[in-house]
Ligand binder design. Sequence first.
Ligand SMILES: NC(=O)c1ccc[n+]([C@@H]2O[C@H](COP(=O)([O-])OP(=O)(O)OC[C@H]3O[C@@H](n4cnc5c(N)ncnc54)[C@H](O)[C@@H]3O)[C@@H](O)[C@H]2O)c1
Length: 276
Amino acid sequence: MAYDLLKGKKGIIFGALDQKSIAWKVAEKVHEEGGTFTLTNAPIALRMGAINELAEKTGSTVIGADASNVEDIENLIEQSIEILGGKLDFILHCIGMSPNVRKQRAYTDLNYDFYLKTIDISALSLHKTLQTCYKKDALNDCASVLTLSYIAAQRILPGYSDMAEAKSTLESIVRSFGYMYGNKNGTRINSVSQSPTMTTAGEGVKGLHKFYYYADDVAPLGNAPAETCADYCVTLFSDLTKMVTMQNLFHDGGFSNTMISDKLLDKYDNPDFKGE
Ligand SMILES: NC(=O)c1ccc[n+]([C@@H]2O[C@H](COP(=O)([O-])OP(=O)(O)OC[C@H]3O[C@@H](n4cnc5c(N)ncnc54)[C@H](O)[C@@H]3O)[C@@H](O)[C@H]2O)c1
């Protein structure tokens, strides 16, 4: 059911690669709620072509941009304002990439050029986007900017590697730029820390499949799917959350506040278990 929560709002959605992408689900929900937007992804991702299907479905224009390249971001923001007919009310920054994770480098044997690329694409790209918007005065009063984070920013998940530092940096940028932009024009900036989700980026993390089931057993509500993440993002883009800013908001079915669950304890509760 749609509520017209985003009627008249204009924005940019980064990161829809295919139908499994969190950004894809958000784009569908934002469209249902009356928002209009441009879609963007790295030129190499556009070659896969799936994003055109989403663009057609949502009446959006696709603009290629490498999110680590400031010139590309400047062009993206200028073109978006022109196409949408005015300044922006929301941005979804929903991207991440680690060459170290992709190449399965151990955390104790990282390639530092890769490491810098991880931080640049997965964290600094948010700063670059916000700084460009700030300089161009591209965001309307009380706009809302969201990025996607993960609990590995706070707690170790071995296969997450240097993405953990990227997410910690990302969450820090949310606080620092949230302060600056809040003072400027009431723009709020938040991160949504999402449950493990089976997407291209998620499935690239070593051990995520097993961890997905573990998190599902621990969280009282189970893992939060991409669809409900999209619902949550819609509320955060809407005027119903105008005083929420500089927060890392867990959308994880309660996982982050649960040490262990009865369900998991029961798995150890059999006479043959010797505690080894
Ligand atoms: N999948 C999970 O378990 C999970 C959990 C928590 C947070 N997240 C975060 O959600 C966000 C979206 O990831 P997803 O799970 O939907 O996977 P996804 O693979 O569908 O999306 C990642 C996107 O990042 C884009 N990207 C990579 N490099 C880029 C660049 N240089 N410029 C522009 N775009 C670039 C990719 O093309 C892709 O569209 C990421 O920040 C991810 O860390 C994912």
